[in-house]
Design a binder for this molecule. Structure first.
Ligand SMILES: [Zn+2]
Length: 199
C-alpha cells in the first residue's frame, strides 16, 4: 500500500469524466488499497480515483464515522434518493474551505466490489452526502459548483455558534410562551389573567 498524492482544485484531471472499470485485477485492488490508506491519512470521509490522478470510476467512502469503516464502490450509480439536507461540505482537493450544499437526505447506490460483484448500499445524512459528493467527482464535478461561496473554518465556527445561540434563544422564547398562558389561564379562566397578573 502507498499514500498517493491528492490533486488540488485547478488540476484539469478533476474536471474530466472517468471511464468505467472493466478489469477487476490486482491493479484495481492496489488502487483501492492505496485510496483507503490515502483517505485514512488525510482524515477525509471519501476519496474518488480522479483525486489521485486515475480516471476510473472508483471511490471509497467512510460509512461509519466511529470505526472509520470504508466502503469501496466500483462503477457506482445512484439508484434512488429521498429528502433534502443542507449541510457543510469539504473536499480533500479543496483543502481548508467549506461550503453549504443541499444533498438528498438518503440515497441507495449500486456498485461493484473489487471482484466485479454487484451490490447495493444505502446511506443517510453525512453518508448520503459522501456518496453524492464522490460520485460527482467521477463526472468531473466538484461540490464548489453547488455553493454560492466558500467559508474558512473560522467562519464556519462563527456561523455555527451564531446558529446555536439563535436556536437557544428561540427555544427559550418558545418555552416561555408555552409556560405563561398555562399558569395564568389556570389561575384566571375568565381571561383577565394578563391584565391582573402583571404588576
Ligand atoms: Zn471531493
Amino acid at each position: 500500500m502507498a499514500i498517493r498524492t491528492i490533486l488540488r482544485d485547478g488540476d484539469p484531471v478533476l474536471k474530466k469524466r472517468c471511464h468505467p472499470v472493466t478489469r477487476f485485477d490486482r491493479r484495481l485492488g492496489d488502487l483501492l488499497d492505496d485510496m483507503k490508506e490515502t483517505l485514512g491519512q488525510a482524515h477525509g470521509l471519501g476519496l474518488a480515483a480522479p483525486q489521485v490522478g486515475i480516471l476510473r470510476r472508483a471511490v471509497v467512502v467512510v460509512t461509519d464515522l466511529d470505526s472509520n469503516e470504508m466502503l469501496e464502490l466500483v462503477n457506482p450509480e445512484i439508484l434512488d434518493a429521498e429528502g433534502e439536507e443542507t449541510g457543510w461540505e469539504g473536499c480533500l482537493s479543496v483543502p481548508g474551505l467549506w461550503g453549504l450544499v443541499t444533498r438528498p437526505a438518503w440515497v441507495r447506490v449500486r456498485a461493484q466490489d473489487r471482484n466485479g460483484d454487484w451490490f447495493e448500499a444505502e446511506g443517510e445524512g453525512v453518508t448520503a452526502r459522501c456518496f453524492c459528493h464522490e460520485l460527482a467527482h467521477l463526472d468531473g464535478h466538484l461540490y464548489t459548483e453547488l455553493c454560492d461561496r466558500l467559508y474558512t473554518p473560522e467562519e464556519v465556527d462563527r456561523m455555527e455558534a451564531e446558529a446555536e445561540a439563535a436556536e437557544a434563544a428561540e427555544a427559550e422564547a418558545a418555552a416561555q410562551a408555552a409556560a405563561e398562558p398555562e399558569t395564568e389561564g389556570a389561575a384566571r379562566p375568565d381571561g383577565q389573567a394578563e391584565e391582573d397578573g402583571q404588576p
